[in-house]
Design a protein around this ligand. Structure first.
Ligand code: GLU
Length: 280
């Protein structure tokens, strides 16, 4: 059976469930395994990463939001039945483990360490760790020029871990969110902000930072973004994977990139769009 056919059956099931739920059931909450159709979904996203996951008032925008909406729709959940939950980097595994979110779309790199707590669908995007520096800084030109520099990143993130493992000559300041690093970079408390190039490009393109900061533009890691799911929910993982594959072929993925990363002039690097791995 092809993916389109499975999608059609999913949609029919969603409709049937929706009608049955009119009797007073609110459609349930937690989405696990077999019966996601018509259910509410709590989706963990970033609130402070322009172009990826951003909340302004009640409005959420970004590449991760568009991908999450697409996948939810494929699972039979309407946009209005999504509850957006802030998922800062240090809290993602806990949010999944405790069931506070059903899935996470939050620039969330698939790693072996995280796989101990989380099942990942994907990857659905490949980014790379990079550096954001003040526009007048000519001393930082890549990862090999960081010795003696002060860097800002986020606790529990792969870029912070990489700095600790590979660049012992760097002084690392770790916050809970990347946006907290921006004033530190302005005030010269730190010399650079390090995280994925996607996130940095989003900040650099903001009107308030355009003349102040620049992206170094030499990625030095591979960050494979996955959808975080409850550990062991292979059934849901398979459905999410099918939805991601459909988004690659029907143009939705490309549109989500163009709409959200285009304004920052960000071009996806090699490896995009990636091939999602089999769920295990
Ligand atoms: N993709 C990296 C990670 O998952 C950095 C971005 C982030 O912290 O969200 O750790």
């Amino acid at each position: 059976m092809n993916a389109r056919r499975i999608g059609a059956i999913g949609a029919a099931a969603a409709l049937a469930f929706g009608l049955a739920a009119c009797g007073g059931d609110d459609g349930g909450d937690a989405a696990t395994g077999g019966d996601t159709a018509g259910k509410k979904l709590k989706i963990g996203i970033k609130f402070d990463q322009p172009g990826l996951g951003l909340k302004k008032g009640t409005e959420v925008t970004g590449f991760d939001i568009d991908m999450a909406k697409y996948v939810a729709k494929e699972l039979g959940t309407a946009e209005g039945d999504i509850e957006w939950v802030q998922a800062p980097s240090p809290q993602r595994e806990t949010l999944i483990k405790t069931g506070q979110v059903d899935m996470i779309f939050a620039t969330y790199s698939i790693t072996d360490k995280r796989k101990a707590d989380v099942t990942f669908a994907g990857p659905y995007f490949v980014a790379g760790q990079d550096l954001l520096v003040r526009s007048d800084d000519t001393s930082i030109t890549g990862a090999d020029t960081l010795t003696g520099k002060k860097l800002c990143s986020v606790k529990g993130s792969t870029p912070a871990q990489k700095v600790k493992d590979k660049y012992p000559g760097v002084q690392l300041l770790e916050y809970s969110t990347y946006s907290e690093c921006l004033p530190a970079l302005t005030s010269k408390k730190v010399d650079a902000l390090t995280t994925d190039d996607t996130i940095l490009a989003g900040y650099a393109a903001q009107a308030e930072f355009k003349d102040k900061f620049k992206l170094v533009g030499k990625p030095f890691s591979e960050e494979n973004y996955g959808v975080g799911l409850k550990k062991g929910d292979v059934e849901l993982c398979n459905k999410v994977t099918e939805a991601l594959k459909k988004a690659f072929t029907d143009g939705a993925w490309q549109k989500a990139i163009d709409d959200n990363l285009g304004p920052a002039n960000y071009k996806p690097g090699p490896g995009n769009p990636p091939t999602p791995a089999a769920c295990a």
